[in-house]
Design a protein around this ligand. Structure first.
Ligand SMILES: Nc1ncnc2c1ncn2[C@@H]1O[C@H](COP(=O)(O)OP(=O)(O)O)[C@@H](O)[C@H]1O
Ligand SMILES: [Mg+2]
Length: 150
């Protein structure tokens, strides 16, 4: 199987005035296509920092990150946004859904930025909602869904 996520000695430090926090020191991980992986550790051990880097919301201060054969270690904000749109699905702890948009509109939104037309977006969003058993909740707002449905 091919590696989809590969980090080599990545580090992430947060500089706060005179203090530097080394949230990640030297993390090398390799995840193959189809693998399920969980990061576990105590509060403050760097799980969110690592997830932000793997999810292309942040970049490492040192080391390299190869995502699906692309070096994404050192991209600017716009380049990272494009990679996220094409390569990453991310469920946040607090979901980050748009509260006044329906489930269908929330699911279809990233396709706007991918340049897909309205008809195709809605069709695709219906398909994926159907795929997770949520066809009958397509027109519900996030606060009308259960935690798991969100
Ligand atoms: N934006 C930030 N600025 C400064 N320090 C941070 C920031 N985010 C996280 N940290 C620090 O980095 C360390 C790792 O945090 P985090 O990745 O959120 O851990 P976890 O998700 O495992 O609880 C902690 O010591 C935390 O205080
Ligand atoms: Mg966390």
């Amino acid at each position: 199987m091919s590696e989809i996520i590969k980090t080599t000695e990545i580090a992430r430090k947060y500089v706060m005035g005179a203090e530097t926090i080394h949230a990640l020191k030297s993390i090398s991980i390799s995840i193959k296509k189809g693998e399920y992986v969980a990061f576990m550790g105590p509060s403050g051990s760097g799980k969110s920092t690592l997830m932000n880097i793997i999810g292309c919301l942040d970049t490492p201060s040192a080391g390299t990150y190869i995502l699906n054969d692309h070096d994404v270690s050192d991209l600017d904000e716009n380049e990272l946004a494009e990679i996220r749109n094409k390569e990453i699905g991310f469920v946040f702890q607090t979901f980050n859904l748009l509260p006044r948009s329906t489930a269908l509109e929330n699911v279809a939104l990233p396709l706007v930025y991918a340049g897909m037309g309205k008809f195709d977006r809605e069709e695709r969003a219906h398909e994926v909602l159907d795929g997770v058993g949520l066809s009958d909740r397509a027109l519900h707002k996030p606060n009308e869904l259960s935690g798991g449905q969100r």
